[in-house]
Design a protein around this ligand. Structure first.
Ligand SMILES: Cc1cc2nc3c(=O)[nH]c(=O)nc-3n(C[C@H](O)[C@H](O)[C@H](O)COP(=O)(O)OP(=O)(O)OC[C@H]3O[C@@H](n4cnc5c(N)ncnc54)[C@H](O)[C@@H]3O)c2cc1C
Length: 359
């Protein structure tokens, strides 16, 4: 078993070690920010960053939604370890990985994201996590595809697949109403696009995949945070199963552990509890990384400041919905739709990668 203590002596000063678990939007941003003041070890199984917000595009035929991690971390004191974290020992301040490695830390960032709740995807049931397999299945031949879940991810999946796989009949089943987070105008726009694309919607129906008579089921009902590792380590979780953090994003049980992204139960006074979104993961990751740098310079970490501005929804490649929202994410009446909505959404998605490259 290797034992890596990444604490270096540079110009007579001790360089602190920060370990970041997960290289999604939150973890990668935190790693890049913390690198201003520390040697960072970024632990994630893949050597590529996945643009998870494009998983519906991958399912619809986009060839690649990843970028080499090396292009984000070059020229920074960040070392990527291609492994999966298996254990956290918050008392010894160590992380162990599935390749037998042990990594000591002064500060840890927990950024393991989330996954589709309830189903991992097998047989005719798929989730966004296995979008590339869904792509192959759709290529195999036409039939019926039922998307379960009428929130933003389900809406993006259904409209993207209905426009790309024209020979498939796409339907949606949802327990509540279609697009519950949208304004009446926003919902009306989604309905009109669905009608144009021939997507039939059944609302108010709670189903299991077994009950659905469909060649393919895409389960997009809800997300759950990847916090099993935190729970096993005795790190406190909140009532939603996310790592419980204070206003500066430190774990309430172990203040040398920060949590960011979907796995973190972050909140602000203006926004309330933050939903699982890339829109939150980037600023939260940035604040956590900056706070670590502040702490390691002997200064006080600062509270997260965050508010919402809009929800961006793609409805295929040629249509979109830009829904303006209040600070707490509740919808305003103002929306931008059509090609302009699609263009804004694409710009926002590109900006996320740009922000990481220039962090
Ligand atoms: C189809 C789809 C569309 C979306 N569209 C939008 C959108 O338009 N706007 C928006 O704001 N949000 C959107 N989201 C949500 C957004 O993708 C997530 O909120 C965001 O990815 C969360 O970032 P994160 O850094 O917390 O986690 P992730 O991006 O999920 O990254 C988690 C990281 O942890 C790694 N990991 C997992 N387990 C381990 C382990 N044991 N050891 C080491 N590493 C591990 C993973 O490999 C990955 O690198 C969408 C999601 C989906 C599925």
């Amino acid at each position: 078993m290797s034992h890596n203590t990444v604490r270096l002596r540079l110009h007579g000063m001790t360089k602190h070690s920060v370990v970041v678990l997960g290289a999604g939007y939150g973890g990668l941003m935190a790693a890049l920010r913390a690198a201003d003041q520390a040697e960072v070890t970024l632990i994630a199984p893949s050597s590529r960053f996945t643009e998870r917000v494009r998983e519906h595009e991958l399912a619809a035929g986009r060839p690649d939604i990843t970028h080499p991690l090396s292009t984000f971390i070059r020229n920074k004191p960040v070392t990527h370890v291609a492994a999966r974290a298996t254990t956290i020992d918050p008392v010894r301040r160590e992380v162990r990985t599935d390749d037998g490695g042990t990594y000591s830390y002064d500060r840890l960032v927990y950024a393991l994201g989330s996954r589709t709740k309830g189903y991992r995807g097998c047989g005719r049931v798929f989730t966004s996590e296995n979008a590339s397999y869904l792509r192959k299945r759709l290529d195999d031949g036409p039939g019926t595809l039922t998307v379960v879940g009428g929130s933003l991810t389900g809406i993006e999946m259904a409209s993207e697949l209905a426009s790309a796989a024209r020979d498939w009949r796409v339907r949606m089943v949802t327990a509540g109403e279609l697009g519950p987070s949208l304004s009446a105008k926003g919902r009306a726009h989604v309905r009109s696009v669905f009608a144009e694309l021939g997507i039939a919607v059944r609302e108010g129906q709670t189903v299991t995949p077994e009950e659905i008579d469909s060649d393919v089921v895409l389960w997009a009902a809800s997300m759950t945070p990847n916090t099993e590792l935190a729970a096993e380590a005795g790190i406190a979780l909140d009532s939603d199963g996310r790592v419980a953090v204070d206003a500066t994003l430190r774990s309430v049980s172990y203040p040398d552990i920060y949590a960011v992204g979907d796995a973190a139960g972050a909140r602000t006074e203006t926004a309330g509890p933050l939903r699982m979104a890339c829109a939150a993961a980037l600023p939260v990751g940035s604040r956590a990384g900056k706070n670590i740098a502040l702490e390691l310079r002997g200064r006080e970490p600062r509270p997260l400041s965050f508010r919402y501005y809009a929800q961006c929804v793609s409805l295929g490649r040629d249509n979109g919905l830009f829904q303006f929202v209040n600070a707490d994410d509740s919808p305003k009446d103002t929306i931008v739709t059509g090609r302009l909505g699609a263009l804004i959404k694409e710009r926002v998605v590109r900006w996320t990668v740009f922000a990481l490259r220039h962090a």
